[in-house]
Design a protein around this ligand. Sequence first.
Ligand SMILES: NC(=O)c1ccc[n+]([C@@H]2O[C@H](COP(=O)([O-])OP(=O)(O)OC[C@H]3O[C@@H](n4cnc5c(N)ncnc54)[C@H](OP(=O)(O)O)[C@@H]3O)[C@@H](O)[C@H]2O)c1
Length: 374
Amino acid sequence: MNTIDFLVRKDQLTTTELRETPALALEEGQVRLRVDKFALTANNITYAAFGEAMNYWGFYPAGGGWGHIPVWGFGSVLESRCHGVAVGEKFYGYYPMSSGVILQPTRLSSGGFMEGAAHRATLHPVYNSYSRCATDPFHTEQSEDVQALLRPLFMTSWLIDDFLADNDFFGARASGTGLMLLSSASCKTAYGTAFQLAQRQGVEVVGLTSAANMDFCRGLGCYHQVLAYDQLDRITSEAACVYVDFAGNAGLRRRIHTRFENLKYSSSIGGTHVGQLGGARDLPGPRATLFFAPAQIKKRNAQWGADVLGQRLLAAWRGFIGKVGDPAAPWLVVRQHLGGKAVAAAYAEVLGGRGDPRVGHTLSLALAPPARTT
Ligand SMILES: NC(=O)c1ccc[n+]([C@@H]2O[C@H](COP(=O)([O-])OP(=O)(O)OC[C@H]3O[C@@H](n4cnc5c(N)ncnc54)[C@H](OP(=O)(O)O)[C@@H]3O)[C@@H](O)[C@H]2O)c1
């Protein structure tokens, strides 16, 4: 049996390769999973763009200047030399863009396991945790595509909203309504955040997006106002506001910090605008601060306990996917890509970043494309 890997050049993300190699034999304690399906969004491109700086290449090292982009998805156990993990079991977690992977489970529980490979010991535990689908309250078989696409993103959205509310929106509501300015408003993490923020009192959620994605953002109904990137002057410069930055666009960040004299906080979440990323030095107003989701999880775990935090996340998730999947007006339409050629094409589309924001791509290198009938 061979493994198919989709690799990218770490210093040139447009250069990719499909590589087929014989699968290695398992060692004691290891399991072999087929990577059934995984999602690909701008989030994964950001992993690659910051692969060196934030060690995302370290999860599945490839060597020779090549990298495995980590992805969220589902894997099924094909072979097990680990007591407590059975053949046929399915796990949600952080996989390589490959047809299969060998993991080394430790700290097994009814809920899942932690990956125990030595090279991952220093990497963040959020990414080393694999949930057993059979006992996972988030899991339903019919929603696997939506889970792969939205679950990791919505957890962040929920935490951003929780963090801002926890800090009383940094005083932006003190004299009336505070504006929450969200860049890349059409991205899934931003609209998840908007969905949560729109349920709060005293805040108005403003989506900033490219001209082509304005109609999509307006249609979602979770933004009070949607503006194109060149329409900042439609908001009064005195407005009390918070910048929640998913785009990472240095020029846009500077324009926001320069225009809004009552900018109370500037939160750096992502970098969808891969071509316009840049530092945040010497800006007027508050320091642009990297949002660190694990810190908010740690705080809430300590305050509420893991069970209560889990219940609140689950309740919010159910509300969110109910809205996203509303058949009358879906926010997300899943498009599946099976096999190497289709995966490479989907990657090029997501990297290019000009696709339809309503489409969510799920990919598989393990499942073959359907045979063509003529
Ligand atoms: N810090 C964290 O813990 C954390 C967690 C989750 C996600 N994030 C970050 O949030 C960001 C959004 O991720 P996502 O998966 O939600 O994104 P997504 O849904 O795939 O985003 C698609 C949107 O991003 C913009 N975009 C994507 N590629 C682009 C390109 N090459 N050039 C210009 N614009 C581009 C466009 O939005 P516009 O036209 O509206 O600009 C596009 O509609 C990522 O940078 C991700 O890393 C951070």
